[in-house]
Design a protein around this ligand. Structure first.
Ligand SMILES: NC(=O)c1ccc[n+]([C@@H]2O[C@H](COP(=O)([O-])OP(=O)(O)OC[C@H]3O[C@@H](n4cnc5c(N)ncnc54)[C@H](OP(=O)(O)O)[C@@H]3O)[C@@H](O)[C@H]2O)c1
Length: 252
């Protein structure tokens, strides 16, 4: 990353977001994170690299909390950097349920808030606060589930499909912005542990995910983060709006 980079990463307390934030800090970027939990390891990496880190606590599944978090992020964003990067990474696969069992409106609302609404509100704050003259890039972490229907994930699939289409509108409205909705592949994170604990009745694809794990086919968060950051920094980033990191032959 260029030395004068400010990066905002949501969901950096663990998993893919943690690996992205860690690598950005190690490259010298100033990093602002948004999640419910703090990550002490990131603070250590920042101390070692001398990079600036601000970890903002926020529950991005609650509308009021999203608005205040976006305001705090805006206020924390330095205005004198040359490069600004927003990675909307925080996400949930819950509620896992066949469509016929989706009676709990609140759990659906929380998923849409986290996977879609928070992305929109944090992005609006970023667009307003990051200077237009700077190099501005946005990565929306999507999923293959947004493009291929998966039984048991009606909510997750719908949120990621919404994220994909929102990203197309964002690109349409902002020709100077480099933005993509990027599927990261299957990654060895807490989300996968959670998926493997799903009820087979509600998630008929369970065996496929058990097998992927048993056969060692989950990518490490570190390797996926490294490939994403390489791709995002390249000139071709943003040419494909609905993108998939597995389409690129990038060494991790
Ligand atoms: N893992 C995979 O195989 C896979 C595949 C395709 C796409 N993805 C996508 O990749 C992204 C990262 O997934 P992951 O596997 O790293 O997930 P993860 O290990 O479950 O981590 C999720 C992150 O999101 C944050 N988050 C969850 N609920 C939140 C809330 N209410 N408010 C604020 N932050 C919240 C968590 O922080 P707190 O709990 O501290 O709030 C955590 O930092 C997600 O968008 C996911 O859909 C993952």
């Amino acid at each position: 990353m260029p030395t004068s980079t400010v990066a905002v990463v949501t969901g950096a307390s663990r998993g893919l977001g943690e690996a992205l934030a860690e690598q950005l800090l190690a490259s010298g970027a100033s990093v602002i994170t948004l999640a419910r939990n703090q990550n002490p390891r990131l603070a250590e990496v920042a101390a070692q690299s001398g990079a600036r880190l601000q970890q903002l606590g926020a529950d991005l599944s609650e509308a009021a909390s999203i608005e205040s978090a976006a305001g705090l992020m805006s206020a924390a964003l330095p205005t004198d950097a040359t490069h600004y990067l927003l990675i909307n990474n925080a996400g949930t696969v819950d509620p896992v349920s066949l469509a016929e069992g989706l009676f709990d409106a609140k759990s659906i609302e929380r998923a849409f808030n986290l996977n879609v609404t928070a992305v929109m509100v944090v992005t609006a704050a970023f667009l307003r606060s990051a200077p237009k003259a700077a190099d501005r890039r946005i990565v929306n972490i999507s999923s293959g589930a947004g493009r291929k229907p998966t039984a048991g994930w009606p909510v997750y699939c719908a949120t990621k499909a919404a994220l994909d289409h929102y990203t197309r509108v964002l690109a349409e409205e902002n020709p100077d912005l480099r933005v993509a909705s990027l599927a990261p592949g299957v990654i060895d994170t807490a989300m996968q542990v959670h998926i493997r604990s799903s009820d087979r009745q509600q998630f008929p694809d369970l065996d496929r995910f058990l097998q992927l794990h048993e056969q060692g086919q989950l990518a490490s968060p570190q390797s996926v983060a490294s490939r994403i950051l390489h791709h995002v920094a390249s000139d071709r980033y943003g040419h494909e709006i609905l993108d998939d990191i597995r389409n690129y032959d990038i060494p991790s």
